[in-house]
Unconditional design. Structure first.
Length: 347
């Protein structure tokens, strides 16, 4: 090749390189064109987020949707009607175990993208198995033959299943009562329609504080991390515009927890107004709704796997699952997520 041709080839190569994007740089999606539809199971958290102002000035549109219970959230996710569905972390175990087709990284329909909770505490637990005092249940084995209220999906369901495993019982050895959601399950317990309840303690707090009921087990006994989570569909996670909006959303929301801790009176007032609850319940909810985002790392996934294995070995779920498939850690950094979750009250 002549010198002239070599020079021409070199210049052409340099021009081509000049017009290539810089290494590590990609075109940023126009966030003003993005829209996130985010579900929560009660109006309390959305009201607090709005009050905190952490999302003020976001370039994208956020639409909050109230969907009571994990079943409604899962249905909306699978239908593609929402971008984030509010569940409990155990929802991912139960959903995968009940899936007609085995989940793989190639076909997984949805993944957890955020988890949060307050410090582990027996004074302020996230999940409990409670019993009516009148039922005279002194040990977990005494639930045999009793009416046991729960709702399908999520941590309430997992607490129910884990309680059966701990008692060495199957559903055939109790009288299961499957309610629509956690609120109706709690109402059934408070009214004395069931002897045993698995779920969040807040809705049955009045029964526990009055002495009509007591806590038999908490998530510390059953080993369930008992986080609140948001799950997103694979379709959402393959959309660069949605992912960019979620990175910004979680980055902004990471600042909420400090605001929560610094504004106790305001938080309690918002919870009382939005949830229509008593002062005592609102003070309890203030504690359990504090905390931070939880880091999706190997240690957390190992704990989730232990729960899944316990449920499978105890015949509480039909299939053995690989929990790693259901978690996406790409937002850990934006969330300033931590692990392990702190423990207080000496427990």
């Amino acid at each position: 090749m002549s010198i002239k041709k070599l020079l021409r080839a070199g210049i052409a190569a340099l021009l081509a390189i000049a017009f290539l994007p810089a290494i590590g740089q990609t075109a940023q999606p126009e966030l003003k064109n993005a829209r996130l539809v985010i579900a929560y199971q009660d109006p309390g958290f959305p009201a607090l987020i709005r009050k905190s102002g952490v999302l003020d000035g976001a370039a994208y549109k956020i639409e909050w949707v109230l969907l009571t219970g994990p079943t409604a959230n899962l249905s909306a996710l699978h239908a593609g009607n929402i971008d984030l569905g509010h569940l409990g972390d155990a929802s991912m175990i139960i959903e995968q175990a009940n899936a007609p087709t085995a989940w793989t990284l190639q076909n997984v329909p949805l993944r957890a993208v955020a988890g949060w909770r307050s410090a582990h505490s027996r004074t302020f637990p996230h999940s409990v198995t409670a019993v009516r005092t009148s039922a005279n249940i002194s040990s977990v084995q005494d639930i045999k033959g009793r009416k046991f209220g729960y709702n399908h999906g999520g941590n309430n369901h997992a607490q129910y299943l884990a309680t059966l495993v701990r008692a060495g019982l199957t559903e055939k050895q109790i009288e299961p009562v499957n309610f629509t959601d956690g609120a109706t399950s709690a109402a059934g317990f408070n009214a004395g329609r069931v002897d045993v309840y698995a779920g969040a303690p807040g809705p049955v707090l009045s029964s526990i504080r009055s002495g009509a009921g007591r806590v038999l087990l908490t998530e510390l006994d059953t080993g369930i991390p008992s986080m609140g989570i948001w799950a997103a569909t694979s379709k959402t996670l393959k959309n660069p515009l949605k992912v960019a909006a979620l990175q910004d959303y979680f980055g902004r929301l990471s600042g909420y927890w400090a605001w929560h801790n610094a504004n106790k009176a305001t938080v309690i007032d918002v919870l009382k107004t939005s949830l229509k609850i008593t002062d005592e319940r609102a003070a309890f909810e203030y504690e359990v709704r504090s905390g931070s985002f939880v880091k999706f790392d190997a240690e957390l996934l190992a704990q989730e796997q232990r729960v899944a294995d316990i449920l499978f070995d105890g015949q509480a779920i039909r299939k053995k699952v690989d929990v790693r498939i259901g978690y996406d850690p790409q937002f850990n950094s934006a969330q300033k997520a931590i692990w392990p979750v702190p423990v207080k009250d000496g427990n």
